[in-house]
Ligand binder design. Structure first.
Ligand code: GLA
Length: 388
């Protein structure tokens, strides 16, 4: 694969100079959804699928980008003097945004680049193909351009670029999971403090299966920002009565005590999800530490129900994937993952049930939704790396 990418790079951009190859993973969140911008906990892991980048530094200030996933767009050109979001620049707004963000943080990039990308994450699937491109770009600026940053800085700068350059008010989860990924481990991250802990995921007799709904979504045009605003408003209402910094500060009991401060029924539901999901995530990681995978799975199922009924970000596609999964014997837990409104579900499935799972859920999905879902048995991988 790497050979093919290098060949294509040389064909498009020529063969001279130092050419390097990098990789950054995608991510899946096991539990802790829509908690990261509410000061709660998340539990994501990096995957072995992700984005490959072949890159060369230029002597001038030109930026030339090409994606093998969007070949019809051809080479998209820009320059370091023109780091502004532009709808016509399509996916290149992600690497451009990161280059811009480094400048905002006092690390102005003065040499252009030729960059060819290829991602084997299904696009728009909710496995963070965009954060993967952001972290990849940040890692190139660190490793090749010599910017003095840690991987955690790359995550924060990636999020900053997504918020300020690409207009999506996302939390820190995706970029953090990708930049800090560790093989075989999920990351238990407290988004209020950025304290984190690696927890081994040892599923001896089970696998992680991703079911992709093939309902495309872009975060920008989803209701993502709206949900975030609803939670912020609910927090302000509760803060009239109690001095908390975020919804993640509340236990379930405290929430029940203060929820009457919230003046709108929809906002009560949004905030309830944020509080309960955070507590569920803490319990789920505890369960895993106690080797209680069954309880972990049960909490995953509860997470989906809460995202469906209280947060209302699932939709018929993700509900069908989860609800059909729950019917299959050997499924330990199943829930939507990522922002929702389309994208994927994540399931823990006993080894000997994986084939039945794919067949049964696939059949029911096609019958109900009218088109097919895709299934991926995934492995947990490391963060960004230079390959050559
Ligand atoms: C998207 C965002 C994350 C997080 C999830 C929902 O993936 O980028 O920051 O909010 O949605 O948990």
């Amino acid at each position: 694969m790497q050979e093919k990418l290098l060949e294509k790079f040389k064909e498009l951009f020529g063969a001279d100079g130092e050419i390097r190859t990098y990789f950054a993973p995608g991510r899946v969140n096991m539990i802790g959804e829509h908690t990261d911008y509410n000061g709660g906990h998340v539990f994501p892991c990096a995957l072995t699928i992700g984005t490959y980048g072949v890159v060369r530094k230029r002597e001038d200030n030109k930026l030339r980008f090409y994606s093998m996933n969007f070949e019809h767009l051809g080479i998209i050109e820009s320059s370091l003097d023109d780091l502004k979001p532009d709808p016509a620049a399509d996916w290149t707004n992600y690497p451009k945004g990161v280059i811009w963000a480094f400048g905002e943080k006092g690390m102005k990039i003065t040499q252009g680049m030729d960059l060819l990308l290829f991602g084997n994450i299904p696009n728009g699937s909710g496995l963070s193909s965009s954060a993967s491109v952001e972290v990849l770009t940040g890692y190139i600026l660190k490793d090749f351009y010599g910017c003095d940053v840690t991987n955690q800085d790359i995550a924060l700068i990636g999020q900053f670029s997504e918020n300020k350059f690409n207009g999506v008010n996302c939390g820190i989860m995706d970029q953090f999971a990708i930049a800090m990924g560790k093989k075989g481990h999920a990351i238990f991250l407290d988004t209020a403090t950025l304290e984190y802990e690696y927890a081994p995921i040892e599923l001896k007799d089970a696998k992680i299966v991703i079911s992709c709904s093939n309902k495309k979504r872009g975060l920008g045009d989803s209701k993502y920002n709206e949900r975030r605003e609803e939670c912020e408003k609910a927090l302000e209402e509760i803060q009239q009565y109690v001095g908390i910094k975020s919804l993640g500060d509340l236990t379930e009991e405290e929430f029940e005590k203060f929820k009457s401060a919230i003046k709108d029924e929809d906002r009560v539901k949004r905030a309830r999800h944020a509080v309960y999901e955070n507590q569920r995530t803490i319990k789920a990681v505890e369960a895993l530490k106690n080797n209680d995978v069954e309880l972990f799975g049960k909490l995953m199922n509860e997470s989906h129900v809460s995202l469906r009924d209280d947060y209302e970000v699932t939709g018929i596609e993700l509900d069908t994937l989860a609800e059909e999964a729950w019917k299959v014997e050997g499924v330990i837990g199943s829930r939507m993952t990522g922002a929702g409104f389309g994208g994927c579900s994540v399931s823990i499935v006993k080894n000997d049930a994986v084939d039945t799972f794919i067949e049964q859920v696939g059949k029911a999905y096609k019958e109900k939704i009218g088109y097919a879902a895709d299934f991926y048995v995934v492995e947990i991988g490391d963060g960004p790396v230079r390959l050559a």
